[in-house]
Structure formats: structure tokens, C-alpha cells
Design a protein around this ligand. Structure first.
Ligand SMILES: C[S@@+](CC[C@H](N)C(=O)[O-])C[C@H]1O[C@@H](n2cnc3c(N)ncnc32)[C@H](O)[C@@H]1O
Length: 181
């Protein structure tokens, strides 16, 4: 994978390879996000849904909206998640989200931001669709060629009026939380 390129849908299976669970547990990653049980959650760049089941389990009284640029990725996610209630799938570009302002309690961006050509436009859109005092949770791993260090991430995100609310994990694989407003 080249840096800054959209992860090809033809390689979607590698994202849900069971071995990945050993090094980046979806359950532990999502637990680090501290999601509200009744939250309306936006998962940007969901791909085939590696984290999505754990996200849905963490918000049993809420709802999760998966967004991806590639419909093939959402097709994979649909097949994996069709038995689960409380999940919707939307094909869209993270730089132009088809949602109203202030709609979501939480936005999740997992190993995706580095693929977006204009991260500032994407983060402005995330800020727009989050309610005040909403949460942006970003998961990054150095196993991804588009890895963003915490220092780089904070500079990017805090420029959009988010406040850093803490990091879980280690420098090479972490979840960072930010509050909007
Ligand atoms: C490396 S994959 C990660 C998928 C998933 N988050 C995971 O960790 O398994 C990145 C995903 O982001 C999607 N993506 C890249 N750029 C995007 C954009 N501008 N808008 C929406 N999705 C995008 C890709 O199609 C791909 O499915």
C-alpha cells in the first residue's frame, strides 16, 4: 500500500483477517473509546466492518452509521453485519458527509484518516455533524502505512476546535479521544 492511497476493496479480506484480532483487538480498541450505551455513532471509513460489531455491541440502546467511499467495502460489511440490529450503511465521501449538523454523539475514525486527501475538510465535516460536547475517537496503528502519530493527530484535530481528552494504548497503536465544542 502506498501512503495516502485509498485501501483497495479487492483487499478487504485482509482487513478482517482473524490474525489482526491478535494485534489489534476490536473489543479492546472499542472499549478504549468509552462509547455511550445509547449513542448515535458515526463510523467513518468502516471498510468491511472489522470494528463495527464491537461498536454496535458497545451501544446496545444506540445506533451505528457506517460510512465508506467504496460500495464494495460496504457490501462486505453488510454480509458480515446483516444479522445485527442498530446498524445502517451509507456510501459517502468523508470530506462531504450527507448528514445534518449536530446529529451524532460520537464519530469514530479507525486507520482511515491518512487515506483522505484533504484531512482538514474531513475534520471540519466531522466537527459539523457532531453535537456540542460530542466525541471524536481516532484509532491508529503503525501496521498501517498511513499511520499518524499522536503529535501529528493532535495538531490536525485541535486546529478544528476539538479538545484532547486522552490516549489509550502505546505510541505505535493507540486510541485518542477528543471533545468537540
Ligand atoms: C485501511 S481501511 C480501514 C477500514 C476499517 N476502519 C478498519 O480499520 O478495518 C480505510 C477505509 O477508509 C475508506 N476511505 C478512504 N478514504 C475515504 C473517504 N474519503 N471517505 C470515506 N471512506 C474513505 C476506504 O474505502 C477503506 O475502506
Amino acid at each position: 500500500m502506498g501512503r495516502g492511497k485509498v485501501f483497495p476493496a479487492a483487499r478487504a479480506r485482509s482487513l478482517v483477517n482473524p490474525l489482526r484480532r491478535l494485534v489489534q483487538s476490536p473489543t479492546r480498541t472499542v472499549a478504549a473509546m468509552a462509547l455511550p450505551a445509547d449513542g448515535l455513532v458515526l463510523e467513518l471509513g468502516s471498510g468491511p466492518g472489522f470494528f463495527s460489531s464491537s461498536i454496535a455491541e458497545a451501544v446496545p440502546a444506540g445506533h451505528v452509521v457506517l460510512v465508506d467511499l467504496q460500495t464494495e467495502m460496504l457490501d462486505h460489511a453488510r454480509r458480515r453485519l446483516m444479522h445485527r440490529p442498530g446498524i445502517s450503511l451509507v456510501g459517502a465521501d468523508a470530506m462531504q458527509l450527507p448528514f445534518n449538523a449536530g446529529q451524532f454523539d460520537v464519530a469514530i475514525v479507525a486507520t482511515m484518516l491518512g487515506e483522505v486527501p484533504d484531512r482538514d475538510t474531513c475534520l471540519a465535516e466531522v466537527r459539523r455533524v457532531l453535537r456540542d460536547r460530542g466525541v471524536l475517537a481516532v484509532a491508529e496503528t503503525r501496521r498501517d502505512s498511513d499511520f499518524i502519530s499522536l503529535a501529528q493527530l493532535r495538531a490536525l484535530v485541535e486546529a478544528h476546535g476539538f479538545q484532547f481528552a486522552g490516549r489509550r494504548g502505546v505510541a505505535w497503536q493507540y486510541v485518542a479521544r477528543f471533545r468537540s465544542g
